[in-house]
Design a protein around this ligand. Sequence first.
Ligand SMILES: *Cc1c(COP(=O)(O)O)cnc(C)c1O
Length: 869
Amino acid sequence: MGEFNDHMHFVLTRMGRCDLDKKGGFSMKAIFHNFYVKPKLPEQLAPLVELAQNIWSTWDKNAQQLFSRIDPVAFRKYDHNPVRLLHNTDLERLQELAMDNGFIYEMSQVFEKFRNYLNFVYRDHDLDRDFSIAYLSMEYGLHESLPVYSGGLGILSGDHLKSASDMGLPLTGFGLLYRYGYFLQKINRDGRQEEYYHENDWFSKAVTVLSDEDGRDLVFKLMVRNQPLFFKVYKVEVGRVMLYLMSTAIEENTEEYRHITDYLYVADRTTRLLQEFLLAFGAFEITRILGLKPSVYHLNEGHSAFLILRRLVHYVTVEGLNIDEARELIACSSVFTTHTPVPAGNEEFESELVRYYLDDYVAQAGMNFDQFAQYANPGESGHFSMPVLAMRFCSHINAVSRIHSEVARGMWYKLFPELYSGEIPIHSVTNGVHLNSWISRPLADLFDRYVGPEYLHLAQVRSMWENVKSIPDQEIWKAHQNRKEQMISFLRRPSPLERRQETGGYWRAGHNNHAINHDHLVIGFARRFASYKRPTLLLHNPERLLRLLTDEERPIQFVFAGKAHPADDRGKQFIFELLKFARENKVEDRFVFLENYDINVARHLVQGVDVWLNNPISPLEASGTSGMKAGMNGVLNLSVLDGWWPECETTRHGWAVSAGMYQSDPELRDAMDADEIYELLENDIAPLFYQRGQDGIPMEWVARMKRSIYDVGLNFNTHRMLHDYLEEFYLPAAERYKLLSRNKNKRLKELLEGCQGVKKAWDAIKFVGQSMEIPPDLTRGSTVRIKADVFLDNASEQLFRVEAFYIYKEKQFRNVPLTFIRKTPDRVAHYEGEVLVDGSGEQSLAIRIKPLSCESKVMGDFVKWCLLG
Ligand SMILES: *Cc1c(COP(=O)(O)O)cnc(C)c1O
């Protein structure tokens, strides 16, 4: 049976029998009592079990080498999954290893490295003992053996946890454990994508169910419309960070609830809503039961925004706060990260659906549903928008690149009607990737020798990266050639999926054992096959592309990979078109599509190709991370100026595509971008690659590789990203939360009582007069005098700030406070001030009043503007 074994593992529970419904594969009528037998290892090998249970072993190269040594072929076959390898290694081999001094020595070395890793103390910040972060995400991409991710968002969450572990940050992750995960992709003999779902078998993965002292699985309960929803919690050890994944696939549940966590990104809206309910409410429940007291909650995308409702219920019913107080406390301690610049990508529900399932909780929070739904209302649609809810309840909001924060401000400006666009508090923390998971082994060996092994913990430190410059060119080139060779043999090998298939006849790159010539230039393109990523842009001018592919002197080869969403026929058509082009023109050996893009495929491609191509329609790529993985491996980026790429010194190591950027006609835009890509490939990239010195090394190319490793490695690793989150969000959030909640929320109550005064007076307050004196020959350095009269009614002027708002260059602005002069008996306050003129050209001035001491989420909407002149 071999590989088919995993089809036969059923979901086991301690209760014995379990549902045996099979979605695909075969059906069985018989009821089996299932039980699970732990592998028995010789005593000397006990550390292997501990190592295998921690995801650290999947990103540490020494640990990977150690497990590979047990049985290299099986290790590869089992998705580099140490747990599964140990399960399937026979006793004889294990006994042999237990007697092998060399192996035992290597094992103890790795185990010691692991111990040291767990005990590393992070000294950059003196973190409070009670500081901790809860991180919520719909998906986590930690390793190919744990398929609970679909793409970029998941990889980012996974890398976030890994870096938090490397840096020793007290962070805990929460997510869902999908029974089938995301689909596996096959390309059939007609060049069409087919989707397969593989039931996950948790016993052979680095996942353990939470159980009580007697070893019985713990079952947790939530109420939905007075009905219990049961779930189990599985723990994943990510270095020293814990990730808790929830599953409803248990007998106690009703048939409907049992399937909530079957699939990632299900289309059915009710199931999706219940998933997101479970993610948020379940995470809250786990923190309570485990006694975790997060000081910061990080909502990664809108999927987890129901956490806000759960926290509202808590603050209102347990701590006796009112809605404003609860909102303030939630906002100051919550971080929200938005990831999508495509409006349709933002999660929305019909309000009635949310009402149906969650009205009870809204009532417990002391609100009627319409009032609550208003917070999640994005405008016209009247739908219930998860990111909108999050933004209305989080003080710390960020997009994932600088361009994306601009785009996000443009998307969400209606939520902040009183603010100037440049003031909208959507900051940017550019994504990164986890260095250790993504740099190739040959390169990591060079880092160890030339940069020093501390780079594992200190990847954000510039001086460390300076050492990259000292790595000899030959060594860089040799390491890359070595990795390229491995990539090529990988893509020629049948995929594991293929080996599982009983019937042959499937199309694959590996049909051709001559696919991809090692000596020739290879361009990689791997990403989701969505329209805005333009996977077939290269086919724009087929003759020209063919000339590049078949050039006698400087041939160019391409490797593609990527899944189209099962419901996206357009995306599937793109795959078909690529395959058709290759087949019809007989270039299947150099124009290759690799099926089932996952972390393993990604690792091979971002490390093994020469150039990484990225041609989305800008500005629809929020950040993109595959190019970062490539860049830090010395794979040069050829990319549209979108997402993270413009934050690089692009021309120093890669190439920027921008011809069609401002073209509004889509056809022209595509044509211009495609032409620029052909030009760059033909005139810049290929000549540089094929221009060899006497030693056969392309010197200028390698110089670029080094600059890429330095620039991308330093600036786009997740340590840098976590540092940004820590300093800009996590620490200030925790500090404010502590300040406000101390002594039974004393400061919080004072703050909001103070705001009451402002609130009461606010409606009556208005500008009653203003004037501005502009000198006749206005130049840089002149001053503009401003006067303002504000009717303050009975409110004290000490509660407010009146200021000039000065925009002096495109998007550059300054606030200049005006001085309070006097208040007249008719309750009008008089203010004066001057604005120093900066720069030249068209400029703008206005005045406004806002509450002074209430730097709070609740008071954020309180601004009144007045036009000058
Ligand atoms: C890195 C990665 C992604 C995200 O890459 P993009 O550049 O955002 O497309 C998606 N899928 C896998 C498997 C990855 O490794």
